[in-house]
Ligand binder design. Sequence first.
Ligand SMILES: C[S@@+](CC[C@H](N)C(=O)[O-])C[C@H]1O[C@@H](n2cnc3c(N)ncnc32)[C@H](O)[C@@H]1O
Length: 296
Amino acid sequence: MGAFMEPRIDLYLGDCKEILSEILDNSVDLIFTSPPYADQRKKTYGGIHPDQYVEWFLPISKQLFRVLKPTGTFVLNIKEKVLNGERHTYVIELILTMKKQGWLWTEEFIWHKKNCYPGKWPNRFRDSWERLLQFNKQRRFNMYQEEVMVPTGDWARSRLKNLSETDKKRDESKVGSGFGKNISNWLTREKAYPTNVIHLATECNNKKHSAAFPENLPEWFIKLFTKEGDVVLDPFMGSGTTNLIAKRMGRGTIGIEIVPEYYEMVRNQIKPGQLVLFDDKVKYGKSQKTRYCSVR
Ligand SMILES: C[S@@+](CC[C@H](N)C(=O)[O-])C[C@H]1O[C@@H](n2cnc3c(N)ncnc32)[C@H](O)[C@@H]1O
């Protein structure tokens, strides 16, 4: 019997704007990333001015379009900042410009941060959500909805206990939309499809990066849009949450990070079992690539 093949892991140190050109056309199943936010967290890594954000991002999204498979999905975690008392419009402008680049803006998920920071501002409330914009190259893409089904739980049980006659019959929509429902069908179901609002706490085990994802955020999207052996890319890797989770879930993964400390941290954290390490420092000059490949 041949050696067990683990999916590949490629980690790069450098600017994703340049490094992405190393990645093959149509080779990635899911891109899941959170780029540096406009001008925020300037102390930890260079912020981009909100007015230049779209211009800065477009060459990157062009490369992402090239490397994504036609059946793949790009999920972009982003939230516009407040500048001079109002929300800046760079995210909206980015969506419009990416559409011109060929992307379909398929969906927007809301990440509801259940434990956002307490606070009070004179003209707004606490910010407790972020966008996860879903982009695709075509209308038909891989999506494994059953993988993220949720238990129907207490709400369904109490609702189902008191079924009205209409509930038991097929209740053709009262507004004439044509969508009928038969709630009693849910009696036999233990699981339901989730909504596009994802309720997660922000805290995460990974305290080594100031903007790390909670692990179950990439996990949810990796389940929804990939299967084992698929390839997940995070071009703004940070502490590598996306990559570590992808590896744990049996997916191949590619990560790019511009700050050497973060890159080293991920390199040390990803401990491949049967994989062999190839360091390729020469070819990339200042930047560096770590490739773990299966023993063949
Ligand atoms: C919002 S953080 C990502 C955090 C990550 N999701 C995690 O869980 O740790 C963005 C990361 O992108 C990196 N970065 C910024 N500009 C970059 C670029 N041009 N190429 C590659 N990485 C970049 C930053 O150093 C930072 O670590």
